[in-house]
Design a protein. Structure first.
Length: 495
């Protein structure tokens, strides 16, 4: 069975999705099957990560057809890391989902909701594990279509419009991606990414390949919400059901960044991407603008979900900034931030989900004085917020420390200053929430509320605790990120 783990990584969730849909009349049963499925995918992801932790690579030929003719699943240190992120978040979010989904989704749609969730999960896993460029497009579509449905199920009427906006921009993104992949196929006759890496050097001087790079880069940038192509994200995160916001904020943009890394480093190659096309000179300004502008916008938000949504756009900027340094250390910092931001932002949105469960909304006026009545929820928000800011002994600090090192090693002092200043801006918008919850009096007409149920609090605190655990014991994420960076670069590094 162990030799079929790459196939099982996707097949388990893909097979469970229609089964869960048929359980629509039994919401608790649908949740139970989804819970078991997500934990099974996490186990498979952990086993795959352990197998490639020594730098080895797993090749799996679907149907016994050898690549490049057949579809290949390929697992190395980079995508095993992404598979772990998806598996961990989905496994932890499912206990949280039980009560949250029952409150936010009509009972006659809960089975359909979990079915769509499993399809989105399977799509993200497939994107990460496949070594076929066209398959990446197919899995993007599976994940995206399911995500549109998940967002549209939000109880706020604006969720439907947000889903439609996401659909339009997501469709444009995948269309650009497909055009770029088509150009690559025209020039090389292959869709296997490893095979593309061998054939592309012969044709990189052609305008077709340069156009392919541009189409793919723009298409993926739309999917990962790189500024200024981020317009779909704030509304999607703000009006989606709480559980959907947690899952998408921690996984969807991370998977898109992985795909960008895979094309830049593996398919096109470092020399073509950074030396011939000088893509760093495009990525760095966009990354810095993406860090500064959304962070400033977040300061002026009154809705906490929207505030954190703009923060997510800024965090994407951090990840792209590390890539733009075109160094092994910068790449490693970006890869470790995939994990650190996933657990941090998931913990924050889970805390917000607890507030939504009791309050029905999370505007600053509505959460005034809530810390006295929901102390554990707000404590989790504060701890995860410290990680988002980058306070020492938190996971967020690990990332920002390595980004600062990478910037200073390249002599980019202004970039280092920007990173420090924006950390202070993050302090401002996190403090806005803390100040409202802890220091403002509750409204006179506020109804009596209790702390969130344990089924919501326990998953929230599990992820909150990991932001401290991996801030103090950073060896695991750093080691895994270095292994991932070496897999992308193709050569061992002297760290």
């Amino acid at each position: 069975m162990s030799e079929h783990l790459p196939a099982l990584q996707v097949v388990i969730a893909l097979t469970a999705a229609p089964l869960v849909m048929m359980m629509n009349r039994f919401p608790r049963l649908a949740w139970g099957v989804t819970l078991v499925t997500c934990w099974a995918t996490l186990v498979v992801a952990v086993l795959l990560l352990l197998q490639v932790s020594d730098g080895s690579v797993i090749h799996y030929e679907m149907g016994g057809w050898a690549p490049p003719w057949g579809i290949e699943y390929r697992v190395d240190g980079a995508n095993a890391w992404v598979l772990l992120i998806i598996g961990l978040v989905s496994a932890v979010v499912m206990p949280f989902a039980l009560r949250s989904v029952e409150q936010e989704i009509p009972a006659d749609r809960i089975g359909l909701f979990y079915s769509a969730f499993l399809l989105a999960n399977a799509g993200l896993l497939g994107i990460a594990i496949t070594n076929d460029a066209f398959n990446i497009f197919v899995f993007f579509e599976i994940s995206a279509l399911a995500s549109y449905a998940l967002i549209a199920m939000g109880r706020d009427r604006r969720a439907m419009l947000s889903s439609y906006q996401y659909l339009i921009m997501g469709t444009v993104g995948t269309t650009f991606l497909l055009i770029g992949i088509g150009f690559l196929y025209i020039m090389t006759g292959t869709l296997n990414i490893s095979d593309l890496a061998m054939r592309l050097p012969e044709v990189t001087e052609t305008r077709t390949i340069r156009a392919a790079f541009a189409f793919i880069a723009v298409g993926i940038s739309l999917k990962l919400a790189l500024f200024p192509l981020h317009l779909w994200l704030p509304n999607a995160y703000s009006f989606a059901p709480s559980m959907v916001t947690v899952f998408l904020s921690a996984t969807a943009t991370k998977v898109a960044i992985y795909v960008l890394l895979r094309f830049i480093y593996t398919a096109f190659g470092f020399e073509f991407s950074f030396e011939e096309l000088s893509v760093a000179w495009v990525l760095m300004p966009l990354a810095l603008l993406g860090i500064i502008i959304p962070s400033v916008i977040a300061v002026f938000q009154e809705d906490v979900k929207r505030l954190l949504a703009y923060s997510s756009v800024a965090q994407v900027g951090y990840m792209i900034l590390g890539i733009s340094f075109a160094t092994a250390l910068g790449l490693m910092a970006s890869v470790v931030h995939l994990f650190n931001h996933a657990i941090t932002k998931a913990a924050l949105f889970m805390a917000v989900g607890c507030l939504v469960y009791r309050l029905g909304g999370v505007s600053l006026s509505r959460i005034a004085g809530v810390a006295e009545r929901m102390p554990w929820t707000m404590a989790a928000f504060v701890v995860a917020g410290l990680s988002l800011i980058g306070v020492p002994l938190t996971a967020g600090f690990v990332t920002k420390w390595h980004l600062l090192q990478a910037a200073l090693m390249e002599g980019l002092w202004p970039v280092a200053v920007v990173l420090l200043v924006i950390s202070l801006v993050a302090t401002v918008y996190i403090w806005k929430v803390v100040e409202a919850a802890y220091f403002r009096p509750a409204p006179e007409d506020a109804r009596e509320i209790r702390e969130a149920p344990l089924s919501l609090l326990v998953p929230t605190w599990v992820l909150t605790a990991t932001t401290i655990i991996f801030g103090v014991w950073a060896q695991f994420p750093i080691s895994a990120a270095r292994n991932a960076a070496e897999a992308l670069l193709g050569v061992p590094q002297s760290w």
